[in-house]
Write a protein that binds this ligand. Structure first.
Ligand SMILES: *Cc1c(COP(=O)(O)O)cnc(C)c1O
Length: 366
C-alpha cells in the first residue's frame, strides 16, 4: 500500500517535538492570541520576507480578509473585477465572490499549468482592480509580465500561496512576498500543515495588516471597540505551536519533496503521460506532483488496483460547478483539458524513495 499522503507519517517525522509543543500550550492555560501566535507571526514574516503576518482560521478566510480589507480601505468596491486562473481550487474564487467582487477567469498555460500571462492584458478593463495569482501545485506562477501589468494598470497583486510554502521566484524572493498581500493555508496536507485548520495573511502594507487583523477578530482594532462588522477567524495557540515546530523543518521537508519530484522527472517514461514543464528546483515547492494522462481514469484505477493512492486536482473546474451555474456555459478548453487529464502522484516529506521507485515502475509498465 502506497498512500497518496500519510498525514500520520508526516506528523511522525517531528512527532515528539509536536507533542511537546501541544503539551506546552495545554499546560499554559492560554489558548488564543498568545505567545505561540506572536512567535509564529514573527518567524513566518521573516521566512516569507514580509513585514507582517496575521494568523487566521484557514486559507479561505485569509483570502477573504484580503479582499474585504481592500474594500474597507476604499481600494476596491463590490462589482470590481479580479483576474484569476480558471483552473484554481475553488477557494480562490469563493474569496472573490464572497466579497461581491467579480472573478474574471483566465486560462492557464498547458505546459506550466499556471496562469497564462499572455492572455491577461486583454481581460483588463475599467473595473479590474486586482490579479489573484495562484502558485498552483507549489509551482511559481509569478512572471515579470504579471508584475509589469500590475504596475501599468495599478492593479493589486494578491497571491494565493496555499500550496507554495517555500517556493522562490527566480530573483530569490519567496512566494507570499511578491505581491501586495498573500493568503496562506495551513490545512494539514499542505507543505506547512497544522493539525487542523489554520491560515495567514502576509503583507508589508501596514494599513492592510491592521485592517485584516481587525476583521479576523470581530472587526475590533482595540479591545471592545469595533470598527468593522468582522468575524471570529483566529489561529489558535495549539495550531500556532504546531506550526512553530513545523516551520523549522519546512525547508528540509521540501528538500525531500524535491528529491521525490526529481526521481519522477528523471524516470517516468510512458508515452501516454505528459509532465508539466520542469522548473528549477527552487521555483517549485512540489506541494503536488501533477501529471497529465490521456487515459487518466484508467491509469488511476490501475494504480489503485496495485495499492497506489492518487488524487485528481481538480476533477471539475470552478466554471463547471453548480455553485457558479451562471458560468457553466463558458468554455475554457485548457482548464477543461487539465481537469480531464490531471492526476497527482504520491509526494510528501515522509514518502520513502523505494515507494517512489515502485510508483514509477508501475506507471512505466502501464
Ligand atoms: C487549500 C487551498 C485553499 C484554502 O485553504 P483552506 O485552509 O483549506 O481554507 C485556497 N487556495 C488553494 C489553491 C488551496 O489549495
Amino acid at each position: 500500500m502506497i498512500p497518496f499522503l500519510s498525514l500520520k507519517d508526516v506528523t511522525g517525522l517531528h512527532g515528539e517535538e509536536i507533542r511537546e509543543a501541544v503539551r506546552r500550550v495545554v499546560d499554559s492555560g492560554w489558548y488564543l492570541q498568545g505567545a505561540e501566535n506572536e512567535k509564529f507571526e514573527q518567524d513566518y514574516s521573516r521566512f516569507i520576507g514580509t513585514e507582517y503576518t496575521i494568523g487566521c482560521a484557514n486559507g479561505l478566510d485569509a483570502l477573504i480578509w484580503i479582499f474585504r480589507a481592500y474594500i474597507e480601505m476604499g481600494v476596491m468596491q463590490p462589482g470590481d473585477e479580479v483576474i484569476v486562473p480558471a483552473n484554481t481550487f475553488i477557494a480562490t474564487i469563493l474569496a472573490i465572490t464572497e466579497n461581491g467582487l467579480v472573478p474574471v477567469l483566465c486560462e492557464p498555460r498547458p505546459d506550466t499549468l499556471e496562469l497564462d500571462d499572455s492572455l491577461v492584458e486583454a481581460l483588463i478593463g475599467p473595473k479590474t482592480k486586482a490579479i489573484a495569482l495562484v502558485h498552483l501545485y507549489g509551482r511559481i506562477a509569478y512572471t515579470e509580465k504579471i508584475g509589469a501589468l500590475c504596475r501599468k494598470y495599478g492593479l493589486k497583486l494578491i497571491e494565493d500561496n496555499a500550496q507554495a510554502h517555500g517556493c522562490l521566484y527566480s530573483d530569490g524572493r519567496m512566494t507570499g512576498s511578491l505581491g501586495d498581500a498573500a493568503g496562506h493555508s495551513f490545512y494539514p496536507g499542505k507543505n506547512l500543515g497544522a493539525l487542523g485548520d489554520g491560515g495567514a495573511v502576509t503583507t508589508s502594507d501596514g494599513e492592510l495588516a491592521k485592517t485584516v487583523r481587525a476583521l479576523a477578530n470581530y472587526g475590533s482594532y482595540k479591545k471592545y471597540v469595533f470598527g468593522y462588522c468582522g468575524r471570529n477567524s483566529r489561529l489558535d495557540e495549539i495550531q500556532a505551536a504546531v506550526l512553530n515546530v513545523k516551520l523549522k523543518y519546512l525547508v528540509e521537508d521540501n528538500l525531500h519533496r524535491k528529491e521525490v519530484a526529481n526521481y519522477y522527472y528523471d524516470h517516468l517514461d510512458n508515452p501516454s503521460i505528459t509532465l508539466p514543464a520542469r522548473l528549477p528546483d527552487a521555483q517549485n515547492a512540489y506541494h503536488l506532483f501533477p501529471i497529465l494522462c490521456t487515459r487518466r481514469d484508467e491509469l488511476q484505477k490501475y494504480l489503485s488496483d496495485q495499492g497506489v493512492g492518487t488524487i485528481i486536482h481538480y476533477p471539475i473546474p470552478p466554471h463547471k460547478q453548480e455553485c457558479y451555474r451562471e458560468w457553466n456555459h463558458l468554455s475554457f478548453p485548457v482548464t477543461e483539458q487539465i481537469a480531464a487529464q490531471e492526476l497527482s502522484l504520491p509526494i510528501g516529506p515522509s514518502i520513502r524513495m523505494e515507494e517512489v521507485q515502485e510508483v514509477v515502475s508501475l506507471i512505466n509498465r502501464f
